[in-house]
Write a protein that binds this ligand. Structure first.
Ligand code: NAP
Length: 247
């Protein structure tokens, strides 16, 4: 049960939703957690819950899409934790709209946070992973990056990008026993999917063989597996957690 004892995990977008579930799942397996969100106060609830599980937790503020912010936060994280074993790039946003009407600003915002954010956060910890000759990086992609969705060209491109990034980084870091994998969640019950209209939800359920939306914990279970010693021989993979949507 304590397969992550003495490990430190960094989770971005840890304040709520899937990120909070991931932080709690890894803490439940024995890891101490560096919680990153846009503002320090957004991390408060997660930090309190992790501490309630008897693990250490630190709040950090960073905008994952800004290099200077990411670099400053990474320095603070390493100063507080002295090492990082697991990185979960989870922070992400949607700004949906039909292609013809999609603004450049909405395209850039989604690509900057979902894809560039994953690059920046992975880059800042790479030196430390390489020195340790170990590490597990788990990137949260999406079923939309695999099969696409009308109204989500920016989001689909960002998540397909995350998958391409994952595979290239996996090849680059494999010789030092660092694994890099992605999870492609389907539709999971969080604030992000709460915006879906009842009619759209009805249509969506028809596309999910298991017949219901997933829970944040379903994604967190997959992250725990990929971050644990049980997955030491798995790298460059995309694990779908989508009720069978993309098969
Ligand atoms: P969520 O409830 O909206 O949570 C996203 C988290 O990311 C929030 O804590 C948010 O902070 C943080 N965040 C946003 N922009 C940030 C930035 N620039 N820098 C730092 N943190 C930032 O979303 P979720 O549903 O849990 O999604 C988590 C991840 O799973 C995302 O990458 C998403 O694309 C992916 N995903 C979700 C679903 C789904 O159905 N929910 C499906 C597939 C993939 P604030 O509180 O400040 O907004």
């Amino acid at each position: 049960m304590n397969e992550l004892a003495n490990q430190v995990a960094v989770v971005t977008g840890a304040g709520r939703g899937i990120g909070q579930a991931i932080a709690l799942k890894l803490a439940g397996a024995g890891a101490d957690i560096a919680c990153v969100d846009l503002k320090l106060e957004f991390c408060a609830e997660t930090v309190q819950k992790v501490q309630g599980l008897g693990r250490k937790a630190w709040p950090f503020a960073a905008n994952v899409s800004e290099a200077a912010s990411v670099e400053a936060t990474a320095e603070q994280i390493l100063a507080a934790t002295s090492k990082v074993d697991i990185l979960v790039n989870n922070a992400g946003i949607t700004k949906d709209g039909l292609l013809m009407r999609m603004s450049e600003a909405d395209w850039d915002a989604v690509l900057d946070i979902n894809l560039k954010g994953t690059f920046l956060f992975t880059k800042v910890f790479t030196r430390s992973f390489l020195k340790q000759r170990s590490g597990h990086i788990v990137n949260i992609a999406s079923v939309i990056g695999l099969i696409g969705n009308a109204g989500q060209c920016n989001y689909g491109a960002s998540k397909a990008g995350v998958i391409g990034f994952t595979k290239s980084a996996a090849r680059e870091l494999a010789s030092r026993s660092i694994t890099v994998n992605a999870i492609a969640p389907g539709f999971i019950e969080t604030a992000m999917t709460a915006k879906i209209s009842p009619e759209a939800r009805e249509g969506l359920l028809k596309q999910i063989p298991l017949g219901n939306l997933g829970q944040p914990d379903d994604v967190a279970n997959a992250v725990l597996f990929l971050a644990s010693p049980a997955a030491r021989y798995i790298t460059g993979q995309v694990l779908s957690v989508d009720g069978g949507m993309a098969m």
